[in-house]
Design a protein around this ligand. Structure first.
Ligand code: DAT
Ligand code: MG
Length: 135
């Protein structure tokens, strides 16, 4: 079934010049990028995006980080796109992410792990509604 997922190239990846590499991997896999925009998000959007983590000790740092510079937001679509993008991204902790995944190949810090991808179809639709309300 074709699905939609929200992908973010986080500010660390934009700063490091890895936006093109992330896009290349998504395209090479065969998923479609149907919306793409670079933007610097507000704290309000960041807090809504990460609302499920509001009670975690890392939440304040997470909001600071995701608003620390421009990010690139995308809607990615395709068969199994939610789980497929999680595979391309690798585990949340880059030190545990498999080599060959984006986090496994390019990151070491759990706080600055380069990419976001929705973890379920429902969360994907919620996050797409937040970033691309007209999509
Ligand atoms: P994911 O981004 O793989 O979906 P998540 O939803 O559990 O992971 O957490 C959201 C982000 O919060 C994650 O990408 C990085 C940050 N984070 C998670 N666990 C953390 C921790 N133990 N310390 C610092 N930051 C953390
Ligand atoms: Mg998550």
């Amino acid at each position: 079934m074709s699905e939609r997922t929200l992908i973010l190239v986080k500010p660390d990846a934009v700063r490091r010049g890895l936006t093109g590499e992330v896009i290349r991997r998504i395209e090479a896999k065969g998923f479609a990028i149907t919306r793409l925009e670079q933007r610097h998000i507000s704290r309000d959007i960041a807090e809504q995006h990460y609302a499920e983590h509001a009670d975690k000790p890392f939440y304040a740092g997470l909001v600071d980080f995701i608003t620390s510079g421009p990010l690139v937001a995308m809607i990615v679509e395709g068969e199994g796109a939610v789980a497929g993008m999680r595979q391309l991204m690798g585990a949340t902790n880059p030190l545990e992410a498999a080599p060959g995944s984006i986090r496994g190949d390019y990151a070491t810090s759990i706080g600055e792990n380069l990419v976001h991808g929705s973890d379920s179809i429902d969360n994907g639709e919620r996050e797409i509604g937040l970033f691309f309300p007209d999509a």
